[in-house]
Write a protein that binds this ligand. Structure first.
Ligand code: C2E
Ligand code: MG
Ligand code: MG
Ligand code: MG
Length: 283
């Protein structure tokens, strides 16, 4: 999408680029339409306690089932929504929907869990972001103690001072914060001390190859140790196999997410998961 960035600058487009640009414009219009037509839904992926195997919360992940094109993954439309600024409306929808869902679950009598939403750098960097979240929390009746916001490492490295102020405002409301895709950014581990964060999510690229490349295993070990030194809980992303779970357990990793336990699923399947989980516990 690099070329679209220079929308206002003079650029020569090749026919191929032109075609790409046009299809981006088309998709932009469609994101807007999909927002108005409620074509987006949130799926939820459980976060699991490594030691006990309990569900501790869920991550909300946006899904777009396009009427003609079928499923379009977030990796395709999120960057575009960021580019066009539509991410502001889309992000507001995501937070609102996650809060509403949480309130619905609590009203049904389900035990309340943490619910995490992903937020782009562009959203986080708006000076009114914390205020907006506050309004959404108030209007939906969500208990902010159960809300978690996932921010990628790189997004806090841009405009760091402003981001820290916003993060502090969110923490004061009772919201918890995670650094997502940790290890893929350009930052050093030392900056962790500066940020008012609760969790660190180790990127799945390390986890997947942790037992193939021994250097990855060493990196994971170091990340977990340093995170614990700073009082942060660690989440391993992308755990697909039992031997990987065993490995991260040996490294004292706190929580995990991954296909091994469950893929992201629609809300009704999450309800079934919670209910069966608590019934097993009663036996
Ligand atoms: P992420 O926040 O790091 O989310 C984790 C991604 O890994 C999700 O992909 C999830 O489905 C996938 N995943 C989880 N466990 C496994 C596993 O065991 N194996 C494999 N191969 N994959 C696994 P998804 O849903 O396609 O989302 C991709 C990215 O799109 C997210 O990465 C996040 O950066 C972004 N995204 C998703 N929803 C939203 C949203 O509502 N707002 C924003 N701003 N970004 C979002
Ligand atoms: Mg995430
Ligand atoms: Mg991630
Ligand atoms: Mg990611």
């Amino acid at each position: 999408y690099g070329k679209v960035n220079g929308r206002n600058s003079k650029l020569f487009y090749t026919p191929k680029m032109n075609k790409m640009y046009n299809s981006l414009l088309l998709l932009e219009g469609e994101v807007n339409r999909a927002l108005n037509k409620n074509e987006f839904v949130l799926h939820y992926q459980p976060k699991i306690n490594v030691i006990t195997g309990d569900i501790i919360g869920f991550e909300a992940l946006i899904r777009w089932f396009h009427k003609e094109k079928g499923y379009i993954p977030p990796s395709e439309f999120i960057p575009l929504a960021e580019e066009t600024g539509l991410i502001i409306q889309l992000g507001e929808w995501v937070i609102t929907e996650a809060c509403r869902q949480h309130v619905r679950w609590v009203e049904k009598g389900l035990k309340p869990f943490n619910i995490a939403v992903n937020v782009s750098a562009i959203e986080l960097q708006r000076s009114d972001f914390a205020e907006k979240v506050k309004t959404i929390v108030y209007e939906t009746g969500m208990n902010p103690e159960y809300l978690e916001i996932e921010i990628t490492e790189n997004s806090v490295m841009q405009n760091t001072e402003d981001c820290i102020r916003t993060m502090n405002q969110l923490r004061l409301m009772g919201i918890s914060l995670s650094i997502d895709d940790f290890g893929t950014g350009y930052s050093s581990l030392g900056y962790l001390r500066k940020f008012p964060i609760n969790h660190l999510k180790i990127d799945q690229s390390f986890i997947k190859n942790s037992l193939i490349e021994s250097s990855n295993a060493e990196i994971i070990k170091a990340m977990i140790q340093i995170a614990h030194t700073f009082g942060l809980k660690v989440v391993a992303e992308g755990v697909e196999e039992p031997h990987i779970l065993k490995f991260i357990e040996e490294q004292s990793c706190d929580y995990y997410q991954g296909y091994y336990f469950s893929k992201p699923v629609p809300p009704d399947e999450i309800e079934a998961l919670i209910v069966s989980d608590s019934e097993i516990r009663k036996l």
